[in-house]
Design a protein around this ligand. Structure first.
Ligand SMILES: Cc1cc2nc3c(=O)[nH]c(=O)nc-3n(C[C@H](O)[C@H](O)[C@H](O)COP(=O)(O)OP(=O)(O)OC[C@H]3O[C@@H](n4cnc5c(N)ncnc54)[C@H](O)[C@@H]3O)c2cc1C
Length: 350
């Protein structure tokens, strides 16, 4: 797959898909079968949407012809299936602007500054883009992205700093183990005795605590310690009721992610209960050239299932082809027998 393109020139996209969940990925496939190329944007750092983010290890039992399939396994299979179509993947960036230009094409901009000039748009944004759960203390907003971080963007910058990490999942524990040897000091704070992280990581963390190389406190952040507009530390209320003032240069917060409809609500699209209204022939929204598939859409009888999203992606692909190339005759071809589709799929001649 293509990696990130230059941020200055707009990326020219035949079709731009917003969301790399299972339905966005399958949309790449259905467009590819019809000879249409796609770029995909997702705010997460990895493809897979809810399957990868919320329940990667859980089994799914209602994918046709797969009696049982792990959620991450489904994502991996989809990625393999769409590989022949070499879609541009633009991960770790939220689509924040979408506007229809006078010439009918679309201007799209992401949170990292990538811009697209796209012929058609498919919104496959599920329940919305995943956002970090925030620490929510007085004044914390003004330090976010600086002294308070929800994602480690530059681990090198944290060397020699006094760090306080929050959370009990894999991200919190992995970063604790990674950063403890190079931080000036490190404390991990988690609200309860049980961890969601891998037991081996928790055991290693406890070894570091026993060796005096870091601190661990079971408790909650109570308030920030701020002097002259600079973050100096954080006050923790431990589960046993004691208060601890931890000096810190950086607070790294790993409370997990939750989906939020976000900027989609501002693009002039007709919404019904936070979902995009579409028809069931084309899965078109009220704006010509913008289609919506998967959990983000709604229509009479809609069921938020992966299976439904796959069907929607197949029909949307035909509608998009017609939208982009109205003169082109459309044929239903079978992947079993169509030489054209074999070529697109890279199936060797038999
Ligand atoms: C615990 C659990 C179990 C489930 N089990 C099943 C099951 O057994 N069978 C079944 O059929 N379904 C199941 N589901 C539901 C299924 O996961 C969803 O129907 C499916 O994930 C929808 O896929 P999607 O591609 O539409 O959206 P999502 O998977 O939600 O993916 C949408 C993607 O769009 C991205 N995005 C959103 N807005 C933006 C933006 N502005 N910019 C960039 N990216 C954006 C998000 O980051 C996300 O990655 C389950 C769900 C959960 C939570």
């Amino acid at each position: 797959m293509n990696t990130e393109a230059s941020q200055s020139a707009p990326v020219h996209a035949e079709v731009l898909i917003i969301g790399a969940g299972p339905c966005g990925l399958f949309q790449v496939f259905e467009l590819g079968l019809l000879g249409l190329s796609a770029h995909v944007v997702d705010s997460l750092q990895h493809p897979g949407g809810q399957c990868a983010e919320l329940y990667p290890d859980k089994p799914i039992y209602d994918i046709p012809a797969l009696p049982v399939c792990g959620a991450q396994e489904l994502v991996d299979r989809l990625l393999k299936q769409i590989k022949p179509f070499n879609a541009g993947m633009h991960l770790g960036q939220e689509v924040c602007e979408l506007a229809r230009r006078d010439d009918g094409r679309f201007h799209v901009r992401t949170s990292t500054g990538t811009t697209f000039d796209a012929g058609a748009i498919v919104i496959a944004a599920g329940l919305g883009s995943f956002q970090p759960r925030r620490i929510g203390l007085e004044q914390s907003e003004s330090f976010e992205g600086g002294a308070i971080q929800y994602r480690v963007r530059n681990a090198g910058e944290l060397s020699g700093k006094r760090l306080v990490l929050f959370g009990g999942g894999d991200s919190a524990l992995d970063w604790t183990l990674e950063l403890a040897p190079r931080a000036a000091s490190l404390a991990l704070v988690h609200r309860r005795a049980e961890f969601r992280a891998a037991p081996a990581s928790v055991a290693k963390m406890r070894e570091l605590v026993a060796a005096g190389r870091m601190r661990y406190i079971e408790g909650l952040a109570q308030s920030l310690l701020v002097a002259d507009g600079t973050l100096r530390g954080v006050r923790i209320k431990a589960s046993d009721g004691t208060l601890h003032e931890l000096e810190a240069d950086r607070l790294l917060v790993f409370f997990g992610l939750h989906p939020k409809l976000g900027p989609i609500a501002e693009w002039g699209l007709e919404l019904e209960r936070k979902a995009l209204k579409v028809d069931t022939e084309k899965f078109a929204t009220n704006v010509p050239g913008i289609f919506a598939v998967g959990d983000i859409n709604t229509y009479p009888g809609k069921k938020k299932l992966i299976l439904s999203g796959f069907h929607e992606a197949a029909l949307a692909a035909f509608a998009i082809q017609h939208y982009l190339y109205p003169q082109k005759k459309q044929f239903l071809q079978y992947t079993t027998t169509s030489p054209v589709m074999h070529k697109r799929l890279g199936v060797p001649d038999s």
